[in-house]
Design a protein. Structure first.
Length: 185
């Protein structure tokens, strides 16, 4: 059996269960069912460093801040899986913050494909910083104005509002007073 045969049997296969020296990973694997391979519950030596690179290699997964486990993205954001939970810029933006280009919003390339994440770098080191939700690409945290339940709801809301301006007609009023005309629209 060669490595190509392994990939046809199981998309992700531990190369050596005893030493934990890597995984044979199917390219562009999109599910999150292998995230637990890097966690405290994984076999001995399989969970030594759950970095952003390791977690993203296991599929739709991202690392926790302590690098002790990979979390699954799921189908929709949750309180445990959202922009604010990303530990690195790589996971948060994939190199592209959510962006406003001439009035059109370009999605972020975040690990879970939510498309509304932006990263602010810290001043202490290249890895210092944080991820936040910025659905309208104004570089401001969309949820910072909320507290308690509203904040939690905001963190998992990735749907853009649908706004329609409906014109009902323009009303013009003219008022004559001492040879002056006042227009009210």
């Amino acid at each position: 059996m060669n490595s190509n045969d392994i990939l046809t049997i199981d998309p992700i296969y531990p190369i050596t269960e005893e030493t934990g020296h890597g995984y044979c990973v199917q390219e562009e694997y999109g599910d999150d069912d292998y995230c637990s391979l890097c966690s405290p519950e994984a076999p001995l030596f399989e969970n030594t460093q759950c970095t952003a690179d390791v977690c993203s290699g296991l599929g739709a997964c991202f690392s926790d801040v302590e690098l002790t486990e990979c979390h699954g993205c799921g189908d929709v954001p949750t309180l445990e899986s959202n922009c604010y939970e990303y530990a690195t810029q790589l996971e948060c933006t994939g190199g592209q913050n959510v962006n406003d280009v001439e009035g059109s919003i370009e999605s972020s390339q975040d690990q879970c494909s939510w498309g509304v994440c932006s990263w602010v770098s810290g001043t202490n080191s290249p890895v210092d910083g944080f991820c936040f939700k910025d659905g309208n690409a104004d570089t401001l945290d969309d949820c910072s104005m909320f507290t308690a339940g509203e904040y939690r709801s905001c963190t998992i809301d990735i749907e853009s509002p649908n706004t329609k301006i409906q014109e009902e007609g323009i009303h013009k009023y003219v008022w004559n007073y001492w040879n002056c005309k006042f227009y009210f629209v």
